[in-house]
Write a protein that binds this ligand. Sequence first.
Ligand SMILES: Cc1ncc(COP(=O)(O)O)c(C=O)c1O
Length: 378
Amino acid sequence: MDWSAWRDEFPTFRTMTYLNTCSLAPLASRVRAAQERFLDEWEALGASAWYELWVDALDSLRGKVARVLGARREEIALAPSVSVALSAVASALDYAERPRVVLSDLEFPTLSYQWAVKPAAERIFVPSTDGIRVSPNLFESAADDRTALVATSHVYYTSGAIQDIRAIAKVAHGHGALALIDAYQATGQLPTDVHAADIDVLVTGGLKWLLGGTGIAFLYVRGSLAETLRPTIAGWFGNARMFDFDPKVFEFHDGARRFELGTTANAAVYAANAGLDIVLEIGVDRLRKRTSELVTDVIERLFDAGYVLKTPDSPAERAGIVAIQMRDPPQAVRALASKKFIVDYRHDRLRVSPYFYNSPDDNERFVQALRAVTPPVT
Ligand SMILES: Cc1ncc(COP(=O)(O)O)c(C=O)c1O
């Protein structure tokens, strides 16, 4: 694979060292071209673009997401954000007999907030002893026969630690609960097979490792499960007969589509389609290998420079995020940005997230710049 040719696809690299895919992927020329195509179609066709092109674009997007997750197309729904996808799923559960939702301390907040606002639901947080990962045994001790869901991340956004989602599914199912995985930091960079992992629900989104832009997210619901769930928030896209325009009759769409609500943001759909084309063209296995190599490379350089990391030591356990412990991460991020190095921070750590378009040279220049702005804590 000629990785430097792929780098040319991302003009951002002409002006800066960008190592922040875990926040937002840089803009690919193909994604820009797809946005322009969407605008041209809108201008040329107006509303008829819906029937001639855009309904197909939605379906094509569902199909690509299905490929990347090992799912079937009818198991995928589109949503404007992970928060909306989660809300739709959370609305379909009955908390009377199973009020509990087991999460960990390390989840991205929006995963937990769905149940924070539901008086009938009770959240149980499994602690992390090292701030990097959570032992599957702790999920097992926290789940019981009053648990509706074990809801946790595939990759933790603050440490890059990969969780064994098959083990999570086993824990949930052992108690008659569902396994819901927030895979936003995994999809694209980590091979995923939702059927082999035996999970029930997965949420993910377009703007990080899938190279699309904002305003689009994806929901997987296991086929046989989707048929049994009846969301209590609805919109016309979730109606099996949406084009009947009958306000009196709502019939749940087959499969995951029942969780879709209203009109899609088609610029975002075009961006996501184009980003996914790149991911599928390279292939997730290759992306995983390349990202692992770059992560190991930057970790070695950071160790040599004396930094303390909050990322797993074992390459098999870590994805494309490297967390560096810092005294004042916001200051470090600002100082680096002023030198055209783009990374970000969460809590007490700076996050660096190399992807296929980065290079060992980016890593070296980043570590040199970091040493200049924030020497390691001794
Ligand atoms: C793990 C994880 N989940 C969810 C989100 C965002 O969710 P939403 O699409 O609701 O903004 C992010 C974004 O940073 C994330 O890292």
